[in-house]
Ligand binder design. Structure first.
Ligand code: SAH
Length: 352
């Protein structure tokens, strides 16, 4: 049993079952035992691999997309270039390299990273040195200037709650104790005003998920962009209008039981893009566009060919596989999607 499992079981005995959101928060960000606070989880050696870690093309093209959106809004002379959950800092590094030739972009950009894990902040600093960067704890703490923001595989890590439809209302899925170990259970049924709109598309037994922190963060981003200008590219896996249990644990590139090794496996849930888009008022939300379609529209094939011209052997084979992995519908091309937020009066970023 992991140290965190022990700690959670003691807490459950003292004060009762946990919501899945509480369980997820501790598994990911507990100061001593959290998954993101205790290890570098990314890359081929880690538990999962993300777009920017697959190929430099990912960050380059999204960076140029954001730079074009900046130009389309009159190239404001001072803006926040922000990223939510930057991981190792790879995406921002590729973005900065690709946008060096965009006149005035670097001079106007203040790079601000929003990252909860101290270990990953240190890692981001190492990746991005000597480029000046600062960290912030929330969207509220960003400078009051136009905001151009990226988030890749950030929203899937935010804590969700699950509710199972019952004849008498909804039962919350909780994490409790059974036979000395962690086990899922259900609360008693109650009517829930916040889930009234899900009565039309569910039957008793169905599970729906909510992610209040995701909606609150999107609302904060949208307020900023509406007030100061800017754009946000939110990329993640999920669908429009989620249904069913999507909580998953990933360890060493394999799926497992979310309760088996708290703190040792990455826990995520699919992102409901409908809920994100609804939280984006007063901005316009355009998309979601499948990742493969977006990258093709941004020119990934031409970029891949240019890079391939300088490669041979194993490097070339890996490069071709990376291009396929990012764009092919059977790999990340269809499951991953991008939603763009922008002011109503501004055009959507290129590719949307
Ligand atoms: N964007 C990166 C990493 C994705 S993993 C990539 O594509 O490779 C999720 C990232 O979000 C990690 O950096 C994690 O530490 C961070 N994170 C998770 N929950 C967070 C929260 N509530 N606030 C800020 N950062 C968070």
């Amino acid at each position: 049993m992991t140290a965190l499992a022990d700690l959670l079981l003691r807490r459950i005995r003292l004060s009762g079952p946990l919501t899945i959101a509480d369980y997820m928060s501790d598994c990911l960000l507990h100061p001593d035992h959290g998954y993101y606070t205790t290890r570098p989880p990314f890359g081929a050696e880690g538990d999962f691999i993300t777009g920017p870690e697959i190929s430099q093309m990912f960050g380059e093209l999204l960076g140029l997309c954001l730079a074009q959106a900046w130009q389309d809004q009159g190239a404001p002379a001072a803006f926040a270039l922000a990223e939510l959950g930057p991981g190792r800092g790879t995406l921002m590094a590729d973005l900065l390299r690709a946008t060096r030739g965009v006149p005035g972009f670097h001079a106007a950009a203040r790079v601000v990273l929003i990252e909860a894990s101290p270990a990953l902040r240190a890692r981001q600093q190492a990746t991005l040195t000597p480029h000046p960067v600062q960290w912030a704890d929330s969207i509220d703490a960003l400078p009051e200037v136009p905001l151009f923001l990226l988030a890749n595989e950030f929203f899937d890590a935010l804590p969700i709650r699950q509710f199972q439809r019952h004849a008498e209302g909804w039962q919350e899925r909780l994490v409790g104790e059974r036979d000395g170990g962690l086990a899922f259970g259900l609360s008693s049924a109650t009517r829930m005003a916040a889930l009234e709109h899900r009565l039309a598309d569910t039957v008793p037994g169905d599970i729906v998920e909510t992610c209040a922190p995701a909606q609150a963060i999107v609302a904060d981003i949208a307020q900023r962009i509406d007030r100061f200008g800017g754009a946000a590219l939110l990329i993640d896996y999920g669908d429009w209008h989620s249904r069913g249990d999507t909580l998953q644990a990933l360890r060493r590139h394999a799926f497992g039981d979310p309760l088996a090794e708290p703190g040792e496996a990455d826990l995520t849930a699919h992102v409901d893009f409908e809920a994100l888009a609804q939280a984006a008022a007063p901005c316009t939300a355009t998309g979601p566009v499948p990742q493969g379609v977006l990258l093709e529209r941004l020119g990934i094939t031409a970029r891949a060919q240019a890079l391939a011209g300088r490669m041979t052997g194993a490097a070339l084979t890996a490069h071709i596989a990376a291009h396929r992995r990012l764009t092919h519908p059977e790999e990340m091309g269809q499951l991953f999607k991008a939603l763009a937020l922008h002011p109503r009066r501004a055009p959507p970023p290129p590719g949307f």
